[in-house]
Design a protein around this ligand. Structure first.
Ligand SMILES: CC(C)(COP(=O)(O)OP(=O)(O)OC[C@H]1O[C@@H](n2cnc3c(N)ncnc32)[C@H](O)[C@@H]1OP(=O)(O)O)[C@@H](O)C(=O)NCCC(=O)NCCS
Length: 140
């Protein structure tokens, strides 16, 4: 599965009092990106809810004028849950500015969990193996 990409230009209204990207703004974009990744795969966005933002690691400051790429993809499919890994890059640089994991649960019209029946391909790179191992360690 490929990463889903969202691009954002960092503007004045996105900054905190230090003049760097405000964490709350990043969190909103990050959750949205991860949600769309899960929804693209499950096809019924109305049946997906977020149960946990496991991590959001801010590794490097993001500044006004930066164009960032928020990438996300499902890394773990349980019975009713989908865990998504997201990472944020600047332009085509490799440095991971921000990364983290979110878990969504598939629910029916009454709000009860239900099986999603999604089966993922086996991880096929060292990066994917590490991401999946970490996602498994986050499972409740
Ligand atoms: C989604 C909800 C119905 C699940 O309730 P539940 O029946 O008690 O769920 P369970 O504890 O049995 O967990 C269901 C799945 O989620 C996983 N899960 C639940 N909490 C988790 C957590 N904190 N971390 C990781 N995985 C978690 C479980 O491992 C399980 O996965 P699996 O079926 O793939 O093995 C309920 O938590 C809920 O309604 N939450 C509110 C959601 C919401 O409003 N979100 C905000 C807006 S999107």
């Amino acid at each position: 599965m490929n990463y889903y990409n969202i691009y954002k230009l960092i503007k004045s209204e996105d900054l905190n009092h230090h003049g760097t990207l405000f964490a709350g703004r990043m969190a909103e974009w990050f959750v949205e990106s991860c949600f769309i990744s899960a929804a693209n795969e499950y096809k019924h966005p109305e049946n997906l809810v977020c149960v946990k933002i496991h991590e959001l690691n801010f590794n490097t400051p993001v500044r006004k004028g930066d164009i960032i790429n928020i990438q996300s993809k499902i890394c773990l499919a349980g019975k009713t849950s989908l865990t998504v890994y997201g990472k944020v890059l600047r332009g085509d640089e490799d440095t991971i500015l921000v990364d983290g994991y979110l878990t969504f649960v598939c629910i029916d019209e009454n709000g009860n969990k239900m099986n999603h029946n999604i089966v993922l391909d086996e991880p096929n790179s060292n990066e994917s193996l590490k991401i999946v191992a970490k996602a498994k360690s986050l499972k409740k």
